[in-house]
Design a protein around this ligand. Sequence first.
Ligand SMILES: Nc1ncnc2c1ncn2[C@@H]1O[C@H](COP(=O)(O)OP(=O)(O)O)[C@@H](O)[C@H]1O
Ligand SMILES: [Mg+2]
Length: 346
Amino acid sequence: MAKKKSSPKRSSKLRVGIDLGTSRSAISASNGKRKFVESYVGWPKDFISEKVLGKSVLFGQEALDNRLSLELCRPLEHGVIKEGTSRDEEAVNQLISHLIELAEIQEGQEIYSVVGVPAESLRANKLAIKRAVEDYVDSLMVVSEPFAAAYGRGVLNNAIVIDIGAGTVDFCIMHGSMPTDDDQRTLVTAGDYIDEHLYAMLKEKYPESDFNLNMVRKFKEEHSYIGKTKGKIEVEIPVGGKIMVHDITEEMGRACESILPAVLEHTMELIARFDPEYQGLVRQNIILAGGGSQIKGLDKAIEASLKEDGLCKVSVVDDPIFASADGALALAKDMPDDYWQNMLDE
Ligand SMILES: Nc1ncnc2c1ncn2[C@@H]1O[C@H](COP(=O)(O)OP(=O)(O)O)[C@@H](O)[C@H]1O
Ligand SMILES: [Mg+2]
């Protein structure tokens, strides 16, 4: 994708919503295109690897598959662009360029974009993100991922969104106006934390078995649960070169459950920030988003814990991969022209 500054004539307007996640990034555009890519960027280590790979930069799964020949970067690993690492900023820049290319945006179209990022990143790295994105778009607004997901569902008032990603769990309260920093919370015990916890427990139980963190993440994505599960969870893992069946039922439940106490604590604290008259409404409007919202039984477990203090309803977004990008697109479509204008002046 050519950088914007070099294209003088603009024929038509295009709105895009981008979700810049730790593990996955997605784009949803008003031309109807929706694409996602794992948030990995890799540069060939030397000219030999560049010759072998035939590209100067690789993205997503392709970058992961070729990681041995690449300098691999996961730019938002801890929810923020690491301070002082221009490599991360460059990676975000490349990732945006790649997403815009995936959405088949025509050269010369005027791009109005809303970008959702982890809440912590919004606080710490707003400028770095703007710098990384502004080369490719004409107008830009940066919001938090959970806010984008909430907007997409039309949930604007008396609600809490909990976005469970890889690196962070992001909370956002909706009270009928644009959320401020104070309305958002970030926890670093999210999907990656479950993977590490599960990996450690399985290493202890099966010290002779041969598996890595990536395999453990796949086990989790297939079998995650909290509470009760039907039957045993059994996976195949090699031991001394021979594939053997391993029972991981108990460890899976315990690893998934490990994020629950902190999630509950923050949810209760955020409910308490609402006017007491509205707290009952908020309890019935708790929304789970992000890949981690797919953990079976998570919604019921949160409901069960919060019910002690009154009625409560937890729902899960239908499409966790695109919920934030679609929400960001909805925001880009709805935003009045003078808002964009003000942002250009910022
Ligand atoms: N079915 C599932 N059960 C549990 N966790 C899942 C499931 N599917 C995806 N995940 C986890 O969700 C996280 C990614 O969520 P995502 O919203 O894409 O993250 P981010 O916004 O950080 O990029 C990863 O930790 C991934 O393993
Ligand atoms: Mg996300």
